[in-house]
Design a protein around this ligand. Sequence first.
Ligand SMILES: Nc1nc2c(ncn2[C@@H]2O[C@H](COP(=O)(O)OP(=O)(O)OP(=O)(O)O)[C@@H](O)[C@H]2O)c(=O)[nH]1
Ligand SMILES: [Mg+2]
Length: 417
Amino acid sequence: MIEFPGVETETKQLEQFLEDSQSLPASDELTALQDEARQHVSRLSTAIGIAFAGEFSAGKSSLANMLAGADILPTGVRHLQLPLVILNYSDKPRTVAGWWGQEHKTFPGVALTDAAEINPDFISIGLDTPALQQVSLFDLPGTGVSGIAHDDTNTLDLLKFVDCAIWCTNGTSPWRESERQIWQQVPDNLKKSSLLAITHTDLPAVQEELPDILKRLEAEKGELFQEIIPIATPEAVSALADGPEPDFERWNESGGQFLAEQILTAASRRREADLENARRDLKEKFLPLLGEVLPEEPVETEATDVEEFSENAAPQNELLAIWKERLSDVCRQTEAGDLSDSTELLQSCQEIVEEFAERLIDAKLPATGADWVPEEFERATDLLLLLQFETGDGPVSDALNVMHQLGETLSWAGSHP
Ligand SMILES: Nc1nc2c(ncn2[C@@H]2O[C@H](COP(=O)(O)OP(=O)(O)OP(=O)(O)O)[C@@H](O)[C@H]2O)c(=O)[nH]1
Ligand SMILES: [Mg+2]
Protein backbone atom coordinates (compact mmCIF):
# COMPACT_ATOMS: atom_id res chain seq x y z
CA MET A 1 0.00 0.00 0.00
CA ILE A 2 2.13 2.92 1.22
CA GLU A 3 5.76 2.82 0.06
CA PHE A 4 8.57 5.08 1.18
CA PRO A 5 12.17 5.89 0.37
CA GLY A 6 14.40 3.29 2.08
CA VAL A 7 16.39 4.39 5.11
CA GLU A 8 18.74 1.39 5.30
CA THR A 9 21.83 2.97 3.72
CA GLU A 10 21.82 6.04 5.96
CA THR A 11 20.95 4.05 9.08
CA LYS A 12 23.86 1.68 8.40
CA GLN A 13 26.25 4.60 7.86
CA LEU A 14 25.09 6.25 11.09
CA GLU A 15 25.47 3.01 13.04
CA GLN A 16 28.89 2.46 11.52
CA PHE A 17 29.89 5.96 12.63
CA LEU A 18 28.65 5.23 16.17
CA GLU A 19 30.68 2.00 16.26
CA ASP A 20 33.87 3.37 14.70
CA SER A 21 33.83 6.58 16.72
CA GLN A 22 34.08 4.59 19.96
CA SER A 23 37.80 4.23 19.30
CA LEU A 24 38.30 8.02 19.08
CA PRO A 25 39.53 9.96 22.15
CA ALA A 26 36.58 10.92 24.37
CA SER A 27 35.49 14.56 24.32
CA ASP A 28 32.32 16.58 24.90
CA GLU A 29 32.22 17.40 21.20
CA LEU A 30 32.36 13.70 20.25
CA THR A 31 29.60 12.84 22.76
CA ALA A 32 27.40 15.59 21.29
CA LEU A 33 27.98 14.28 17.76
CA GLN A 34 27.22 10.71 18.83
CA ASP A 35 23.97 11.93 20.43
CA GLU A 36 23.06 13.67 17.19
CA ALA A 37 23.78 10.49 15.20
CA ARG A 38 21.57 8.49 17.61
CA GLN A 39 18.77 11.02 17.14
CA HIS A 40 18.99 10.55 13.36
CA VAL A 41 18.83 6.76 13.77
CA SER A 42 15.83 7.09 16.06
CA ARG A 43 14.06 9.52 13.73
CA LEU A 44 14.65 7.26 10.70
CA SER A 45 13.30 4.23 12.54
CA THR A 46 10.16 6.04 13.75
CA ALA A 47 7.05 5.91 11.57
CA ILE A 48 5.81 9.19 10.09
CA GLY A 49 2.95 10.51 12.27
CA ILE A 50 -0.28 11.42 10.49
CA ALA A 51 -3.06 13.14 12.43
CA PHE A 52 -6.78 13.08 11.72
CA ALA A 53 -8.13 16.26 13.26
CA GLY A 54 -11.28 18.33 12.98
CA GLU A 55 -14.58 19.07 14.69
CA PHE A 56 -16.84 16.47 16.34
CA SER A 57 -18.32 13.94 13.93
CA ALA A 58 -16.39 15.30 10.96
CA GLY A 59 -15.44 11.76 9.93
CA LYS A 60 -11.90 11.53 11.38
CA SER A 61 -12.12 8.01 12.79
CA SER A 62 -13.92 6.70 9.68
CA LEU A 63 -11.02 7.92 7.52
CA ALA A 64 -8.34 6.60 9.87
CA ASN A 65 -10.05 3.18 9.87
CA MET A 66 -10.17 3.21 6.09
CA LEU A 67 -6.44 3.93 5.79
CA ALA A 68 -5.51 1.40 8.46
CA GLY A 69 -7.62 -1.15 6.59
CA ALA A 70 -9.32 -2.15 9.87
CA ASP A 71 -12.48 -1.21 11.74
CA ILE A 72 -10.72 -0.46 15.01
CA LEU A 73 -11.85 3.04 15.93
CA PRO A 74 -15.46 3.52 16.98
CA THR A 75 -17.47 5.89 14.79
CA GLY A 76 -20.82 7.65 15.10
CA VAL A 77 -22.20 10.12 17.58
CA ARG A 78 -22.86 7.83 20.53
CA HIS A 79 -19.48 6.18 20.71
CA LEU A 80 -17.38 5.94 23.83
CA GLN A 81 -15.53 9.16 24.77
CA LEU A 82 -11.94 8.68 23.76
CA PRO A 83 -8.73 10.64 24.17
CA LEU A 84 -6.10 10.68 21.42
CA VAL A 85 -5.89 7.17 19.89
CA ILE A 86 -2.73 6.19 18.00
CA LEU A 87 -2.68 3.25 15.60
CA ASN A 88 0.87 2.01 15.19
CA TYR A 89 2.85 -1.09 14.29
CA SER A 90 3.42 -4.00 16.62
CA ASP A 91 4.30 -7.66 15.87
CA LYS A 92 1.64 -8.75 18.32
CA PRO A 93 -1.58 -6.74 18.68
CA ARG A 94 -1.58 -4.82 21.98
CA THR A 95 -3.21 -1.80 23.55
CA VAL A 96 -1.45 0.73 25.78
CA ALA A 97 -3.23 3.19 28.05
CA GLY A 98 -0.76 6.05 28.48
CA TRP A 99 -0.39 9.15 30.62
CA TRP A 100 2.03 11.98 29.97
CA GLY A 101 4.97 11.52 32.33
CA GLN A 102 3.56 8.42 34.08
CA GLU A 103 3.90 4.70 33.71
CA HIS A 104 1.65 3.19 31.05
CA LYS A 105 -0.58 0.12 31.29
CA THR A 106 -0.52 -2.51 28.54
CA PHE A 107 -3.36 -4.87 27.55
CA PRO A 108 -2.93 -7.79 25.14
CA GLY A 109 -4.85 -7.54 21.86
CA VAL A 110 -7.18 -4.71 20.88
CA ALA A 111 -8.78 -3.52 24.14
CA LEU A 112 -10.00 0.00 23.46
CA THR A 113 -12.88 -0.10 25.95
CA ASP A 114 -10.73 -1.51 28.79
CA ALA A 115 -8.08 1.13 28.14
CA ALA A 116 -10.61 4.00 27.94
CA GLU A 117 -12.17 2.98 31.28
CA ILE A 118 -9.01 3.89 33.19
CA ASN A 119 -9.10 7.40 31.75
CA PRO A 120 -5.67 7.69 30.12
CA ASP A 121 -4.25 10.76 28.35
CA PHE A 122 -3.87 8.68 25.19
CA ILE A 123 -4.33 5.12 23.95
CA SER A 124 -2.04 3.42 21.50
CA ILE A 125 -3.10 0.33 19.60
CA GLY A 126 -0.39 -1.81 18.01
CA LEU A 127 -1.44 -3.81 14.96
CA ASP A 128 0.64 -6.00 12.66
CA THR A 129 -0.54 -4.13 9.54
CA PRO A 130 2.59 -3.68 7.31
CA ALA A 131 1.66 -0.09 6.27
CA LEU A 132 1.84 0.95 9.93
CA GLN A 133 5.59 0.27 9.90
CA GLN A 134 5.88 3.43 7.83
CA VAL A 135 3.06 5.63 9.16
CA SER A 136 1.35 5.94 12.54
CA LEU A 137 -2.21 7.26 12.51
CA PHE A 138 -3.25 9.71 15.25
CA ASP A 139 -7.02 9.97 15.69
CA LEU A 140 -7.51 13.19 17.63
CA PRO A 141 -10.56 13.97 19.75
CA GLY A 142 -12.98 16.27 17.93
CA THR A 143 -12.73 19.97 18.59
CA GLY A 144 -15.82 21.88 19.60
CA VAL A 145 -16.64 25.49 18.99
CA SER A 146 -14.05 26.48 21.59
CA GLY A 147 -11.36 24.33 19.99
CA ILE A 148 -10.89 22.48 23.27
CA ALA A 149 -10.64 18.74 22.97
CA HIS A 150 -10.99 15.90 25.47
CA ASP A 151 -9.49 16.46 28.94
CA ASP A 152 -8.63 20.07 28.13
CA THR A 153 -5.86 18.81 25.90
CA ASN A 154 -5.75 21.16 23.04
CA THR A 155 -5.73 19.94 19.45
CA LEU A 156 -2.84 22.30 18.79
CA ASP A 157 -0.72 20.58 21.47
CA LEU A 158 -1.47 17.14 20.04
CA LEU A 159 -0.58 18.31 16.53
CA LYS A 160 2.98 18.94 17.79
CA PHE A 161 3.51 15.16 17.81
CA VAL A 162 2.81 14.61 14.11
CA ASP A 163 4.48 15.21 10.75
CA CYS A 164 1.36 15.60 8.60
CA ALA A 165 -2.30 16.31 9.38
CA ILE A 166 -5.57 15.64 7.61
CA TRP A 167 -8.04 18.24 8.80
CA CYS A 168 -11.50 16.72 8.26
CA THR A 169 -14.28 19.17 7.59
CA ASN A 170 -17.87 18.00 7.26
CA GLY A 171 -19.14 18.82 3.75
CA THR A 172 -22.58 19.64 5.14
CA SER A 173 -21.14 22.80 6.71
CA PRO A 174 -17.55 22.97 5.52
CA TRP A 175 -14.65 24.99 6.92
CA ARG A 176 -16.42 26.92 9.64
CA GLU A 177 -14.94 29.95 11.32
CA SER A 178 -14.15 27.83 14.43
CA GLU A 179 -12.07 25.44 12.30
CA ARG A 180 -10.26 28.26 10.55
CA GLN A 181 -9.36 29.82 13.91
CA ILE A 182 -7.67 26.67 15.16
CA TRP A 183 -5.90 25.84 11.90
CA GLN A 184 -4.43 29.32 11.52
CA GLN A 185 -2.43 28.70 14.70
CA VAL A 186 -0.77 25.56 13.33
CA PRO A 187 2.96 26.00 12.50
CA ASP A 188 3.66 26.73 8.82
CA ASN A 189 5.72 23.61 8.19
CA LEU A 190 2.85 21.39 9.35
CA LYS A 191 0.40 23.34 7.17
CA LYS A 192 2.64 22.68 4.16
CA SER A 193 2.43 18.91 4.62
CA SER A 194 -1.26 18.80 5.52
CA LEU A 195 -4.50 18.15 3.67
CA LEU A 196 -8.04 19.46 4.01
CA ALA A 197 -10.46 16.54 3.53
CA ILE A 198 -14.05 17.52 2.77
CA THR A 199 -16.06 14.55 4.05
CA HIS A 200 -19.66 13.42 3.40
CA THR A 201 -19.42 14.20 -0.33
CA ASP A 202 -21.60 11.14 -1.04
CA LEU A 203 -24.62 13.04 0.39
CA PRO A 204 -26.71 14.52 -2.45
CA ALA A 205 -26.95 17.94 -0.76
CA VAL A 206 -23.15 18.10 -0.48
CA GLN A 207 -22.64 16.84 -4.03
CA GLU A 208 -24.85 19.62 -5.32
CA GLU A 209 -22.93 22.29 -3.43
CA LEU A 210 -19.48 20.79 -4.06
CA PRO A 211 -18.42 22.97 -7.03
CA ASP A 212 -19.20 26.13 -5.01
CA ILE A 213 -17.57 24.74 -1.87
CA LEU A 214 -14.40 23.90 -3.79
CA LYS A 215 -14.32 27.30 -5.44
CA ARG A 216 -14.58 29.04 -2.08
CA LEU A 217 -12.02 26.82 -0.36
CA GLU A 218 -9.51 26.83 -3.23
CA ALA A 219 -9.61 30.64 -3.12
CA GLU A 220 -8.90 30.55 0.62
CA LYS A 221 -6.35 27.73 0.56
CA GLY A 222 -3.18 29.79 0.06
CA GLU A 223 -0.47 28.35 2.29
CA LEU A 224 -2.98 26.68 4.62
CA PHE A 225 -2.95 23.22 3.02
CA GLN A 226 -1.01 21.21 0.50
CA GLU A 227 -4.25 20.03 -1.10
CA ILE A 228 -8.05 20.05 -0.69
CA ILE A 229 -9.64 16.64 -1.19
CA PRO A 230 -13.35 15.81 -1.34
CA ILE A 231 -13.96 12.32 0.03
CA ALA A 232 -17.01 10.05 0.30
CA THR A 233 -15.67 7.70 2.97
CA PRO A 234 -18.46 5.06 3.00
CA GLU A 235 -18.15 4.82 -0.81
CA ALA A 236 -14.38 4.46 -0.62
CA VAL A 237 -14.63 1.81 2.12
CA SER A 238 -17.17 -0.26 0.19
CA ALA A 239 -15.15 0.08 -3.04
CA LEU A 240 -12.16 -1.44 -1.22
CA ALA A 241 -14.27 -4.25 0.21
CA ASP A 242 -15.98 -4.99 -3.11
CA GLY A 243 -15.29 -8.65 -3.84
CA PRO A 244 -11.84 -10.24 -4.16
CA GLU A 245 -10.54 -7.18 -6.10
CA PRO A 246 -11.34 -3.60 -5.06
CA ASP A 247 -13.64 -1.66 -7.37
CA PHE A 248 -10.96 0.77 -8.64
CA GLU A 249 -13.40 3.01 -10.49
CA ARG A 250 -15.49 3.62 -7.38
CA TRP A 251 -12.35 3.94 -5.27
CA ASN A 252 -11.21 6.67 -7.66
CA GLU A 253 -14.56 8.42 -7.84
CA SER A 254 -14.99 8.43 -4.06
CA GLY A 255 -11.76 10.44 -3.69
CA GLY A 256 -10.08 7.55 -1.82
CA GLN A 257 -7.32 7.11 -4.40
CA PHE A 258 -6.38 10.80 -4.49
CA LEU A 259 -6.42 11.06 -0.70
CA ALA A 260 -4.23 7.97 -0.27
CA GLU A 261 -1.79 9.29 -2.92
CA GLN A 262 -1.57 12.70 -1.30
CA ILE A 263 -0.96 11.22 2.15
CA LEU A 264 1.74 9.02 0.65
CA THR A 265 3.32 12.02 -1.05
CA ALA A 266 3.29 14.17 2.10
CA ALA A 267 4.70 11.36 4.23
CA SER A 268 7.39 10.43 1.65
CA ARG A 269 8.50 14.04 1.47
CA ARG A 270 8.84 14.18 5.24
CA ARG A 271 10.93 11.01 5.16
CA GLU A 272 13.08 12.42 2.34
CA ALA A 273 13.68 15.54 4.45
CA ASP A 274 14.80 13.33 7.37
CA LEU A 275 17.13 11.47 5.01
CA GLU A 276 18.53 14.73 3.65
CA ASN A 277 19.29 15.92 7.20
CA ALA A 278 20.99 12.64 8.04
CA ARG A 279 23.04 12.70 4.81
CA ARG A 280 24.10 16.29 5.41
CA ASP A 281 25.29 15.57 8.97
CA LEU A 282 27.01 12.37 7.83
CA LYS A 283 28.86 14.26 5.15
CA GLU A 284 29.66 17.45 7.03
CA LYS A 285 30.02 16.31 10.64
CA PHE A 286 30.25 12.57 11.25
CA LEU A 287 32.32 11.01 8.47
CA PRO A 288 34.98 13.78 8.26
CA LEU A 289 35.72 12.96 11.91
CA LEU A 290 36.64 9.44 10.82
CA GLY A 291 38.48 10.68 7.74
CA GLU A 292 35.81 9.47 5.28
CA VAL A 293 33.77 11.54 2.86
CA LEU A 294 30.48 10.59 1.23
CA PRO A 295 29.92 10.98 -2.51
CA GLU A 296 28.62 14.41 -3.51
CA GLU A 297 24.89 15.15 -3.21
CA PRO A 298 22.88 15.26 -6.45
CA VAL A 299 22.30 18.69 -7.91
CA GLU A 300 18.57 19.29 -7.51
CA THR A 301 17.80 20.88 -10.82
CA GLU A 302 17.11 19.62 -14.30
CA ALA A 303 17.61 16.33 -16.06
CA THR A 304 21.00 17.30 -17.49
CA ASP A 305 22.44 16.85 -14.00
CA VAL A 306 21.80 13.11 -14.02
CA GLU A 307 25.17 12.41 -15.60
CA GLU A 308 26.89 14.62 -13.10
CA PHE A 309 25.66 12.71 -10.09
CA SER A 310 26.16 9.34 -11.72
CA GLU A 311 29.86 10.27 -11.99
CA ASN A 312 30.04 10.53 -8.23
CA ALA A 313 29.05 6.98 -7.55
CA ALA A 314 32.24 5.02 -6.92
CA PRO A 315 33.93 2.56 -6.95
CA GLN A 316 33.42 0.70 -10.27
CA ASN A 317 31.56 -2.56 -10.42
CA GLU A 318 29.65 -4.32 -13.16
CA LEU A 319 26.15 -3.39 -12.08
CA LEU A 320 27.24 0.15 -11.37
CA ALA A 321 28.82 0.43 -14.81
CA ILE A 322 25.51 -0.58 -16.47
CA TRP A 323 23.65 1.78 -14.16
CA LYS A 324 25.88 4.70 -15.23
CA GLU A 325 25.45 3.75 -18.86
CA ARG A 326 21.64 3.88 -18.53
CA LEU A 327 21.77 7.26 -16.81
CA SER A 328 24.09 8.61 -19.51
CA ASP A 329 21.54 7.51 -22.12
CA VAL A 330 18.84 9.46 -20.29
CA CYS A 331 21.13 12.51 -20.22
CA ARG A 332 21.81 12.25 -23.92
CA GLN A 333 18.09 11.91 -24.68
CA THR A 334 17.33 14.94 -22.49
CA GLU A 335 20.01 17.04 -24.16
CA ALA A 336 18.81 15.99 -27.62
CA GLY A 337 15.27 17.06 -26.63
CA ASP A 338 13.95 13.49 -27.02
CA LEU A 339 12.41 13.60 -23.56
CA SER A 340 10.00 16.46 -23.98
CA ASP A 341 8.74 16.82 -20.40
CA SER A 342 9.40 15.78 -16.83
CA THR A 343 6.89 12.88 -17.04
CA GLU A 344 8.96 11.29 -19.82
CA LEU A 345 12.13 11.77 -17.79
CA LEU A 346 10.47 10.17 -14.75
CA GLN A 347 9.24 7.29 -16.94
CA SER A 348 12.77 6.67 -18.21
CA CYS A 349 14.11 6.65 -14.65
CA GLN A 350 11.33 4.25 -13.62
CA GLU A 351 12.19 1.90 -16.52
CA ILE A 352 15.85 1.83 -15.50
CA VAL A 353 14.99 1.08 -11.88
CA GLU A 354 12.53 -1.63 -12.99
CA GLU A 355 15.25 -3.23 -15.12
CA PHE A 356 17.62 -3.23 -12.14
CA ALA A 357 14.94 -4.55 -9.77
CA GLU A 358 14.75 -7.58 -12.11
CA ARG A 359 18.53 -7.91 -12.53
CA LEU A 360 18.96 -7.83 -8.77
CA ILE A 361 16.60 -10.75 -8.15
CA ASP A 362 19.21 -13.20 -9.51
CA ALA A 363 22.35 -11.16 -8.90
CA LYS A 364 24.80 -12.40 -6.30
CA LEU A 365 25.87 -9.19 -4.61
CA PRO A 366 29.39 -9.21 -3.19
CA ALA A 367 28.57 -7.05 -0.16
CA THR A 368 27.59 -8.86 3.02
CA GLY A 369 24.10 -8.06 4.34
CA ALA A 370 22.85 -6.73 0.98
CA ASP A 371 19.62 -8.81 0.98
CA TRP A 372 17.49 -5.68 1.26
CA VAL A 373 18.85 -4.14 -1.97
CA PRO A 374 16.42 -5.76 -4.50
CA GLU A 375 13.52 -4.65 -2.30
CA GLU A 376 14.82 -1.07 -2.24
CA PHE A 377 14.75 -1.03 -6.06
CA GLU A 378 11.20 -2.47 -6.03
CA ARG A 379 10.07 0.29 -3.69
CA ALA A 380 11.81 2.96 -5.77
CA THR A 381 9.92 1.74 -8.86
CA ASP A 382 6.60 2.41 -7.11
CA LEU A 383 7.78 5.79 -5.90
CA LEU A 384 8.93 6.86 -9.38
CA LEU A 385 5.57 5.78 -10.77
CA LEU A 386 3.73 7.91 -8.22
CA LEU A 387 5.94 10.93 -8.90
CA GLN A 388 4.67 10.91 -12.50
CA PHE A 389 1.24 11.95 -11.18
CA GLU A 390 2.60 15.02 -9.44
CA THR A 391 3.12 18.45 -10.91
CA GLY A 392 5.83 21.12 -10.53
CA ASP A 393 9.62 20.82 -10.12
CA GLY A 394 9.44 18.76 -6.91
CA PRO A 395 8.98 15.34 -8.57
CA VAL A 396 12.07 15.73 -10.82
CA SER A 397 14.22 16.74 -7.90
CA ASP A 398 12.77 13.90 -5.77
CA ALA A 399 13.44 11.45 -8.62
CA LEU A 400 17.05 12.63 -8.96
CA ASN A 401 17.53 12.10 -5.24
CA VAL A 402 16.10 8.59 -5.53
CA MET A 403 18.39 7.78 -8.50
CA HIS A 404 21.40 9.16 -6.63
CA GLN A 405 20.55 7.06 -3.59
CA LEU A 406 20.17 3.92 -5.71
CA GLY A 407 23.52 4.64 -7.40
CA GLU A 408 25.14 4.80 -3.97
CA THR A 409 23.48 1.56 -2.97
CA LEU A 410 24.83 -0.19 -6.10
CA SER A 411 28.24 1.31 -5.51
CA TRP A 412 28.32 -0.25 -2.05
CA ALA A 413 26.47 -3.51 -2.72
CA GLY A 414 28.33 -4.38 -5.90
CA SER A 415 31.90 -3.75 -4.83
CA HIS A 416 32.54 -4.56 -1.16
CA PRO A 417 34.10 -7.90 -0.24
N1 LIG B 1 -22.43 9.72 4.53
C1 LIG B 1 -21.25 9.85 5.11
N2 LIG B 1 -21.10 9.59 6.42
C2 LIG B 1 -19.88 9.71 6.98
C3 LIG B 1 -18.73 10.09 6.23
N3 LIG B 1 -17.68 10.11 7.05
C4 LIG B 1 -18.15 9.76 8.28
N4 LIG B 1 -19.46 9.52 8.24
C5 LIG B 1 -20.37 9.17 9.35
O1 LIG B 1 -20.36 10.28 10.22
C6 LIG B 1 -20.42 9.86 11.58
C7 LIG B 1 -19.23 10.44 12.33
O2 LIG B 1 -18.05 9.84 11.80
P1 LIG B 1 -16.78 9.57 12.71
O3 LIG B 1 -15.78 8.91 11.87
O4 LIG B 1 -17.18 8.90 13.98
O5 LIG B 1 -16.38 11.07 13.01
P2 LIG B 1 -15.26 11.61 14.03
O6 LIG B 1 -14.76 12.87 13.45
O7 LIG B 1 -14.28 10.55 14.34
O8 LIG B 1 -16.16 11.92 15.30
P3 LIG B 1 -15.69 12.20 16.83
O9 LIG B 1 -14.56 11.28 17.14
O10 LIG B 1 -16.92 11.91 17.64
O11 LIG B 1 -15.31 13.63 16.89
C8 LIG B 1 -20.43 8.34 11.55
O12 LIG B 1 -21.77 7.91 11.64
C9 LIG B 1 -19.87 8.01 10.17
O13 LIG B 1 -20.37 6.78 9.68
C10 LIG B 1 -18.90 10.37 4.82
O14 LIG B 1 -17.97 10.70 4.08
N5 LIG B 1 -20.18 10.22 4.32
MG1 LIG C 1 -13.74 9.77 16.18
